[in-house]
Write a protein that binds this ligand. Sequence first.
Ligand code: ZN
Ligand code: ZN
Length: 216
Amino acid sequence: MQLRIDLHVHTVYSSDSLITPKELIFYGRQRGLDGVAVTDHDRFDGALKIAKETDFLIIPGIEISSLNGHIIGLNVNELVPPKLSVDETLDRIKDAGGISVACHPITFFKKSLKGHISPRFNAIEVINSSAFPFNYSVRHNEEIASQLGIARVAGSDAHYGPEIGYAHTLVDAESEVEEIVKAIRRGSCSPHGKAIPLTTRFKKQLLLLKRNFGRK
Ligand SMILES: [Zn+2]
Ligand SMILES: [Zn+2]
């Protein structure tokens, strides 16, 4: 079974995202996805809560701020703290029963891992729809993935509902979190997608400004 899954989405449990649980599921379905991974910054309580409350497929994840850049842990069963070295972070993800993804390895304006990617990672996010400059980052990530021989995945890194689904990973698995994670681990997956249009990103920035201003 080929599943279309956006493996990198932030919800309101991340302070820099506008996506409510309702919007997550609405856009996930509207974009024809079979599921999404919720990967909020340094917390996964939101992901677990959302997964419990819907029959839409949610892979609980976390985007961890390691000392050397962002790392995604998928299907972890306990919190992996921020500010650890890359190696320690990878150990903790493994101990928590999850798999690791080197997200947006090469991009500006995000905390990228750059030289810290190794075959210890389970997968590399070759396509990140929010990466800048987009084509350059995809080419570069492809090169790293083939050099290291690790699985290739994709995600939108959405922080605004309409950004969901600009990228997806095609995973050859049954529609179950454990099976999907296993399939990614063995590389039965491929990255697909494109950049989020600048107009959409611009709208998001305006809405974020408006929201943050309203909070003060
Ligand atoms: Zn990030
Ligand atoms: Zn992210």
